[in-house]
Design a protein around this ligand. Structure first.
Ligand code: DC
Length: 222
């Protein structure tokens, strides 16, 4: 079974997807982490200069990118590995957040990751979250949810998360970054963010984490 969870940046979709996967004993796949890992690869290899991505160079080197997920024994959460290096912390940085929407607009990047994402669904029950899962990656998913919340609430949640992890964060920078990403993600040519016609809308603005999970589980069990 495939459960697709799409939605805006920082709307809580990965928290929902993770707890849903745990509850149902499904595999969780974070496709945003995959786009973030490709972005980090571009930054590490100087393929982004003055905000411009060197696409011909990226095309040549994209097959050097190996992305995997491994359970962290300490946190019991999945960590993202780029070429066998744990990059979980780096890919969540503001530096990566600044470039990730640009990298994820590139057709060759989307094509490269699409194959990997579809492979995850071949032999396993999965919960996959992202922007185009219900529309492009798995248009025939058994369940599709589209998650959203107001920009201010989303920025506050990201702010709290960064404060907890890093001890510092800038609310206005976060708010601007997520508004900018929403705009780029929903207006880009390649697989723009949009609600699939058969996706169920979940507005988490006034829902607790437990409430969100319960609400979705109810929909699945109906
Ligand atoms: O979910 P996230 O914030 O970690 O995603 C990071 C970026 O990756 C987001 O700005 C858009 C892009 N993305 C995408 O284009 N398609 C996906 N399926 C997942 C993420």
């Amino acid at each position: 079974m495939i459960i697709a969870i799409d939605g805006h940046s920082s709307c809580g979709k990965s928290t929902i997807a993770k707890s849903l996967a745990k509850k149902l004993n499904f595999t969780y796949v974070d496709t945003g982490a995959m786009y973030r890992a490709v972005t980090l690869f571009c930054q590490q290899n100087k393929l982004i200069n003055n905000g411009i991505i060197d696409e011909p160079a990226l095309e040549k080197r994209i097959y050097e990118i190996d992305i995997s997920f491994r359970i962290n024994a300490e946190t019991q959460q999945q960590d993202t590995y780029l070429n066998n290096v744990n990059v979980e912390k780096q890919i969540r940085s503001m530096e990566v957040a600044h470039d990730v929407s640009k990298v994820s607009q590139i057709a060759l990047v989307r094509k490269f990751l699409l194959v990997k994402q579809q492979n995850y669904g071949k032999n396993a029950n999965i919960v996959m979250d992202g922007r185009d899962i219900g529309t492009v990656v798995f248009p025939n998913a058994e369940y599709k949810f589209f998650v959203t919340a107001s920009p201010e609430i989303r920025a506050q949640r990201r702010f709290d998360e960064l404060m907890q992890k890093e001890g510092k964060a800038d609310f206005n920078e976060i708010l601007e970054n997520l508004k900018q990403r929403d705009l780029i993600d929903s207006t880009r040519k390649e697989s723009p963010l949009r609600q699939a016609s058969d996706a169920i809308l979940v507005d988490t603005s006034n829902m607790t984490r437990e409430g969100q999970l319960e609400w979705i589980l109810n929909k699945i069990q109906q």
